[in-house]
Design a protein around this ligand. Sequence first.
Ligand SMILES: C[S@@+](CC[C@H](N)C(=O)[O-])C[C@H]1O[C@@H](n2cnc3c(N)ncnc32)[C@H](O)[C@@H]1O
Length: 243
Amino acid sequence: MACLPCRGGAATGSKGPPDKRKYSTSLAAGIGRRQPHPESVLSLLASLLLDLVMGHPALGRLRTRTLAEVRGRVLELGVGTGRNLPLYGPGAEVLAIDPDRGHLARARRRAALARAQVRLVAASAEALPFPDTSLEGAVSTWCLCSIPDLPRALGEVRRVLRPGAPWWFVEHGLCPDPAVARWQHRLTPFWRRLSGGCQLDRPVAAALAAAGFRIERLATGRLMPGPRLAAWTYLGLARKPEA
Ligand SMILES: C[S@@+](CC[C@H](N)C(=O)[O-])C[C@H]1O[C@@H](n2cnc3c(N)ncnc32)[C@H](O)[C@@H]1O
């Protein structure tokens, strides 16, 4: 399942969280690209479409599997409309980032109902507004495909995680079948434009390893509906080395 509507969007203008004890929203500066007006129809539609696509029950099952053991103060990259937020247990404190304010506006509703403490932050993965080694874990679900500068983002996650911290992920990406991979490479330039940045051919596990993460668990395969070129999935646990 590739991310159809990962478009830059909106959502300042929020009046603040209804329950400040439960979560907070922080719109960090320096997002680095122009955002449409929060209330623009296109932005609302993009977030609505993303929410619908990412609400597929098959993805829900993979989310539940991915998030089952998440605890502590964790970073969620590219939180989108917050589909993961209801699935965190009360033992998690989630700092959830996304550069798209429209998606974040939609995520606020789910943050308010979450069992975990949630803070939504408008920021890009390539420039995380958190101190070095300040976080106990990371989570990403169908997000690495959309980050423009992936090596830089992975370096940032490594910087903010404490040594030994886990990273739970479920992502789509490069299929090992050369015939499928060829199509992924061919289609990505077009798909990227249509989908607002999603790349079909990211070598997820290799990219994590190249950034210095140790892959501890990995399941790959067509774990969700769709052709392999969009549905080839990497589900697993990576870890920042102790030293
Ligand atoms: C397919 S959506 C997935 C959303 C969410 N993770 C989920 O599972 O429903 C990809 C998300 O990545 C976000 N994204 C795009 N560029 C990003 C960046 N540079 N840093 C962090 N997130 C980014 C998009 O705004 C979008 O919310």
